[in-house]
Design a protein around this ligand. Structure first.
Ligand code: FAD
Length: 457
């Protein structure tokens, strides 16, 4: 009997899984392995919402494997040590893994290669598992990555994707290899009350139902805060419960302006991956420095706290920050405007906001979170780095009736449409009847401070 190990990481699915397919082709039996690595916790990447979602993903993956005659082997400990132990116990001759782009993923790959080389075992790294187009597969002349989205999109759209594969019919796992009990979602403390169900089954269900009901209207609806017209697939993509190759393929087959707009968003995800793969330092340092001298966090402590808790006095900002806490997710338009508010209106370092998002977001990942924060802060790839989003203008435009605000800020439920984004404009008597804070900062003052800091006044 020949054996191969498949190390699952950010690819917790059975459909369209090239490492699993290759391992099954190469060996009689496979060990589907997931390692709970304390290195992830030490790096602060395992916030409760993601731990809970991960538990769902692992349970679902195990169930899918059991339906096919196999099971998931879960081990805990340093990943290289655990892979080496499983290789030794099973007599595997090869290990398959999806290519990652983060510094952690690179270090893991290098350490695995060194260990497995010493054991005479081959490591096969598969790209286009976590992204649709592999980072580095398309590059502009004279650079190792695209720094601007639109030319990347043009080039990315011309790439021929490999056809998405199905799920295996059967998976044979050697009896000798034992794992530990799967982590349970119910054991995780501090989870957002409305966190969605994780796992490939839930993700596929969500995609199929949204493809029927939301894809065609996506282009028109994706910025509407109250309409909630986006796919909400980001956590499933983050954990790899859905394949980006399959989503692009199926959206293209569906066709139309909604599908085109959705594929464009999936391209944003690949865009950020290829930036971070080329510039791993951008996960913590500025991609492009603007020589910012951000306000000291101790000086801005109260404002940062008000922002985190959703009591800035700007209704759309507060609604978004409360949605984040309640659902572990926030609408993209809302992410843009709360990030602009923190980094530009309050002139607080983007890393402060990115860390808060990573504490709560169920889709929170170093690639998309850090690079989107930098995009908004103007230290990233945005071609208009000094633009400032006005939360009142944004609120009126993307939540014209105030339905989003009223959903998340119950204090303002009874307020007239005219004032729902500017409650300070109500009469004194009306204001006294509403328990809602005054604006934390004057928008004009915030704008002037930011312009001055960037040398643009
Ligand atoms: P849809 O609108 O349905 O889009 C489909 C998919 O495209 C998404 O699931 C996502 O995978 C991808 N996508 C869409 N927009 C972007 C984008 N701007 N960048 C990268 N991929 C995108 N996304 C994350 O997955 N993780 C994060 O940690 C994250 N942090 C963010 C922080 C800030 C400050 C901002 C402005 C954006 C961030 N995003 C992040 C991007 C985006 O907001 C989310 O991907 C999106 O809101 C997820 O909702 P959805 O699945 O309904 O998206």
């Amino acid at each position: 009997m020949t054996v191969a190990v498949v190390l699952f990481t950010s690819d917790l699915r059975l459909h369209d899984h090239p490492p699993l397919r290759a391992a099954q082709r190469a060996a009689d039996e496979v060990v589907p392995l997931f390692v709970l690595d304390p290195g992830i916790a030490a790096a602060g990447f395992d916030a409760p919402n993601r731990q809970a979602f991960l538990a769902d993903c692992l349970a679902d993956l195990d169930e899918g494997l059991r339906e096919r005659g196999g099971r998931l082997v879960v081990r805990s400990g340093p990943v290289v040590r655990e892979v080496a132990a499983v290789v030794a116990e099973s007599g595997a001759r090869e290990v398959h893994i999806a290519a990652g782009v983060t510094g952690y993923a690179h270090r893991r790959e290098e350490a695995l290669r060194a260990e497995l080389d010493g054991m005479g075992v081959a490591l096969h790294v598969h790209d286009t598992v976590i992204t649709a187009v592999a980072p580095g597969a398309v590059t502009p002349t004279g650079s190792d990555h695209y720094a601007v989205f639109t030319p990347y999109l043009r080039r990315w759209s011309q790439e021929r994707l490999r056809p998405a594969g199905g799920a295996p019919r059967a998976v044979r796992v050697p009896d000798a290899v034992r794992g530990k009990r799967l982590p349970a979602r119910s054991a995780v403390k501090g989870v957002s009350p409305a966190l969605p169900q994780g796992g490939e089954t839930a993700g596929r269900h969500r995609f199929l139902s949204w493809k029927r009901s939301g894809l065609d209207s996506y282009e028109d609806m994706h910025d509407d805060l109250a309409g909630d017209g986006t796919s909400r697939l980001s956590p499933y993509l983050h954990f790899g419960a859905l394949s980006p190759v399959e989503l692009v393929e199926r959206a293209r087959a569906h066709g139309g302006p909604g599908a085109d707009a959705f594929v464009r968003q999936l391209c944003w995800r690949d865009f950020h991956h290829q930036v971070l793969a080329a510039r791993p330092d951008a996960s913590s340092g500025d991609y492009r420095t603007r020589h910012d001298r951000w306000r000291r966090t101790d000086e801005a402590r109260e404002e940062i706290e008000a922002w985190r808790e959703g009591r800035t006095g700007y209704p759309v900002v507060d609604a978004a920050m409360r949605q984040l806490r309640h659902e572990g997710w926030m609408h993209n338009r809302a992410r843009l405007l709360v990030a602009s508010f923190l980094t530009k209106t309050l002139y607080v370092d983007w890393r402060v906001g990115a860390a808060h998002f990573l504490d709560l977001l169920v889709d929170g990942d170093v690639v998309n979170n850090q690079l989107n924060w930098q995009w908004v802060a103007g230290t990233g790839t945005d071609t208009r780095p000094h633009r400032v989003l006005n939360p009142v203008v944004q609120g009126k435009r993307f939540d014209p009736r105030g339905a989003y605000v009223r959903r998340w800020v119950p204090e303002l439920r009874g307020v007239d449409d005219r004032f729902v984004h500017e409650p300070w404009r109500m009469s004194e008597g009306e204001r006294a009847a509403v328990d809602y804070p005054e604006p934390l900062v004057d928008l004009a003052d915030g704008l002037a401070r930011f312009r001055h800091a960037r040398g643009r006044d």
